[in-house]
Write a protein that binds this ligand. Structure first.
Ligand SMILES: [Zn+2]
Length: 236
């Protein structure tokens, strides 16, 4: 087979070649950008092993290069493990402070439909790679109806009826029977929903529900208007 005449030679297929060259170029630029914005020396889970590949000590995964590791840190698996670890560390902290998990259980009378709002914790987060800011919400549903998974819905300032409408805010509602639906007020910025940036996870064992949101950066919004970043973008 004549590999010389595959896409990329001057005998046709030039379009395909320039497209993949553009993609490779874009990936390389994103990798460089990631390397500029994340400090691998300070990442406690990043480990370079003796054969020169990279490991995530949190997820026990192996990566052929740093770019692949960086991409992994943005994925669902790594993010879920981060949330699990945060939850475990928080629980250990509570136990040290003498918190007794069994005691705060809500008393449910048979004829009561709603049993109040869940306990919750909000952590401000910042993506080390993209520098996006956001929140990690953790809601405790120890008495949730078996088989139910909490549901999330976003609402504009005009749709909700609790506050006077203020267009600089939006609301996130979380519903899980038999708890009362609770609402969180947050900035009316666009939420990044690509690549699992926005995710929810219900831990069936601990009955804790996690929601991670990251706001789009202005830079993101600007770039989303330029398909493929274009070949005229900045070159190194
Ligand atoms: Zn990982």
């Amino acid at each position: 087979m004549d590999y010389q005449n595959r896409a990329g030679s001057k005998f046709g297929g030039g379009g395909v070649a320039s497209q993949s060259a553009t993609n490779a170029d874009r990936r390389e630029r994103l990798r460089k950008l990631a390397l500029e914005t994340i400090d691998l020396d300070k990442d406690p889970y990043f480990f370079k092993n003796h054969v020169g590949s990279f490991e995530c000590r949190l997820c026990l995964t192996v990566h052929q290069n740093d770019g692949s590791y960086l991409a992994h840190t943005q994925g669902r698996k790594h993010q879920t493990n981060l949330a699990r670890r945060a939850a475990r560390e928080q629980k250990e902290g509570r136990d040290r402070e003498g918190f007794m998990p069994g005691v705060q259980g809500v008393q449910v009378k048979k004829n009561v439909v709603k049993i109040g709002r869940p306990g919750y914790k909000i952590t401000k987060i910042r993506d080390p790679l993209t520098r996006q800011v956001g929140m990690l919400y953790q809601l405790m549903y120890p008495e949730i109806t078996p088989g139910i998974t909490p549901r999330v819905r976003f609402m504009s300032a005009y749709e909700q009826k609790v506050d006077d409408p203020d267009k600089t805010f939006q609301y996130m509602l979380v519903a899980a029977e038999p708890y009362e639906t609770c609402g969180f007020k947050l900035q009316a910025r666009e939420i990044d929903r690509k690549d699992d940036r926005f995710w929810t996870w219900f831990d069936e064992d601990t009955k804790e529900f996690y929601i991670q949101i990251l706001f789009k950066t202005e830079r993101d919004e600007r770039y989303s208007n330029v398909p493929g970043l274009g070949p005229s973008g900045p070159r190194k």
